[in-house]
Design a protein around this ligand. Structure first.
Ligand SMILES: [Zn+2]
Ligand SMILES: [Zn+2]
Length: 128
């Protein structure tokens, strides 16, 4: 048990800009910014910096983020329902089908907006 406690406590944010990554990733601990615990750090994450929170504090933080995203998702869902109420679900399904077909036919991966609309225009003209 003492081995983890013997690891050095590095200052946050870690690593400093331009620091040697191999050195920055060596086993270490940080002092949580939210509580007095000195937690074992897993090293810099995909952002390139260490998470400045211990496990329990991170868990709480992620929970509140989850709540935020859930309320955002609920809001989006609410807007969609409202639109669906206004124009009818058949119209929505039709648009969804159209978009699926366009995506399947299109080799453009990010095929939303102008590109797709242009393709749809020329496509419908050709079929007339
Ligand atoms: Zn903490
Ligand atoms: Zn760290």
């Amino acid at each position: 048990m003492t081995s983890a406690e013997e690891l050095e406590i590095l200052p946050l944010p870690w690593p400093a800009p331009g620091a040697d990554l191999r050195l920055a990733r060596r086993p270490h601990r940080h002092r949580c910014v939210n509580c007095p615990s000195h937690y074992l750090c897993a090293g810099p994450d995909e952002t390139g910096e260490c998470v400045p929170l211990c496990g329990p504090c991170l868990w709480v933080e992620l929970g509140s983020q989850l709540k935020m995203y859930q309320s955002m998702a609920n809001e989006i869902d609410r807007r969609r329902r409202k639109i669906e109420e206004q124009i009818g679900s058949a119209e929505c399904r039709r648009a969804q089908m159209l978009r699926r077909n366009l995506l399947r036919d299109s080799s453009v991966v990010a095929g939303f907006g102008r590109v797709v609309l242009k393709r749809e225009e020329s496509g419908s003209k050709a079929s007339d």
